[in-house]
Design a binder for this molecule. Structure first.
Ligand code: ATP
Ligand code: MG
Length: 417
């Protein structure tokens, strides 16, 4: 049975909470590998061993493990008995056919009970490899590295490390509510918070039936991609068109964008509290568009007492675009749509809104009632990875998760993690 040896970095540093973090990571890996035949996780001395069935689909296991937050790197490893000769023999059997430029053996002796020091093991295995293949040893710049890890009762060897996403295991930090537009930025903002261990509830404002359903479809697709990382997601779809229409009646054009955003914050705060989220998250970047000046962000923030986190605030568009491409949301985000930002939006919004003017404009509106109506009309979709219907198809790449749609109802809230 093949094994994966996975390493975690940051959670190793968490002192007294280490066992708790590790337990989260283990259960997240188990859940991520649901449907992979024989998948089991053990923790031999500061690393994780993930076992899975011989017939499992390694590319699928690899793809899934590369999305488990908290995993720093991982390798497909072979197991050998605790005997240098046996380890060397196993390695020689598994070496690639082609000649590599140079190599080295790197041994990590996690189990110090094993009596032979690492450099001695490295030399012994290195000379066996040289004899078998005639490869040149290069300790400082090897083209090929043979890794050996000694843990109690077994040795593992592997030939390369694959990167994990790093960060902290999902659930290790408090829940956040992400304002998810159909754009490029907010899915990246969601992913960055998720990577810090925050489960993310997703909230999308749409203008159906004033505009098409495209923005909702995009939000669902983005939620599916994000769910491939956090495994459970809830997406609130909030009708916003009627509210925008009401705002256009009494608020001057240049102030509207800020008033829309403040309404979004108030509604999002309500949904966030219902989901037990502790902060709101946006994809704002200083200076990217009119609503994202420091002045406007300050006025928008004052509509809620909940902290607003803006993880992309100092990033450039190119950096965010590259992150969206890696994450797999870019292709979805660039599909043209009409979201509520295109509805009733003036050509020249104010870039330096002042709070007294905004508050004056808002006094003409039944704010509490508008928030109430929007919250009452919100619907919620649930997403899960692996999708329920694909549970039995071990080792196959699952189809995208399907949301289960329904009106927003507090009774749903405890179902999702
Ligand atoms: P994005 O690419 O995330 O849409 P953007 O550069 O287009 O960002 P804005 O449209 O000003 O910028 O939106 C700023 C932030 O406000 C977004 O990142 C998102 O968090 C939130 N937001 C905007 N529109 C919506 C929406 N329709 N639903 C939910 N959140 C939204
Ligand atoms: Mg946008």
């Amino acid at each position: 049975m093949p094994s994966v040896i996975a390493h975690y970095q940051e959670i190793a540093l968490k002192g007294k909470n280490r066992a708790w973090f590790l337990q989260r990571l283990i259960s997240n890996i188990q859940e991520m590998l649901e449907g992979i035949e024989g998948a089991r996780v053990r923790t031999p001395m500061g690393r994780l061993e993930v076992k899975f069935g011989r017939d499992s689909d390694w590319p699928e296991v690899r793809a899934r493990l590369s999305r488990v937050f908290g995993v720093a790197n991982f390798s497909l490893a072979h197991r050998a008995p605790l005997d240098v000769e046996a380890i060397a023999e196993g390695i020689v059997q598994q070496l690639p056919e082609e000649t590599v430029g140079s190599f080295r053996v790197t041994v990590r002796r996690a189990d110090k009970q094993f009596p032979i020091p690492s450099p001695d093991i490295e030399r012994a295995i290195g000379s066996r490899v040289q004899d078998a293949r005639g490869w040149k040893v290069d300790l400082s710049h090897p083209a090929y590295v043979i890794w050996v890890e000694i843990v109690p009762g077994a040795a593992f060897y592997h030939f390369g490390k694959l990167p994990g996403p790093g960060g902290l295991p999902t659930g290790a930090s408090g829940r956040v509510a992400v304002l998810l537009s159909g754009g490029i930025d907010s899915p990246v903002a969601a992913w960055r918070m998720m990577r810090r261990g925050c489960p993310a509830t997703l909230i999308h404002f749409h203008s159906y039936p004033f505009l098409s359903r495209t923005s909702q479809d995009k939000a669902r697709e983005l939620a599916q991609v994000l769910t491939r990382f956090q495994l459970h997601s809830r997406l609130y779809l909030v009708p916003f068109g009627e509210l925008q229409r009401q705002i256009t009646v009494s608020v001057a054009g240049p102030l509207r964008v800020v008033v829309y955003r403040r309404m979004m914050m108030r509604i999002a705060e309500r949904l966030a509290r219902a989901s037990k989220a502790l902060a709101l998250v946006t994809g704002d970047v200083v200076g990217q568009v009119a609503s994202q000046t420091v002045e406007n962000m300050s006025v928008i923030s004052s509509a809620t007492t909940m902290p607003i986190l803006r993880p992309l605030i100092g990033m450039d568009k190119e950096e965010i675009t590259a992150a969206a491409e890696r994450l797999g949301t870019y292709a979805i985000s660039i599909v043209p749509d009409e979201d509520c930002c295109t509805l009733f939006t003036p050509r020249h919004p104010a870039t330096r809104a002042r709070l007294p003017y905004i508050e004056g404009a808002e006094r003409t509106l039944p704010i509490a009632e508008m928030v109430e109506t929007a919250v009452a009309n919100a619907t919620v979709d649930h997403f899960r990875f692996p999708p329920r219907s694909d549970r039995q198809t071990a080792g196959r790449v699952p189809a995208r998760g399907r949301g289960v749609s329904g009106p927003f109802d507090d009774r749903h809230l405890d179902e999702a993690k």
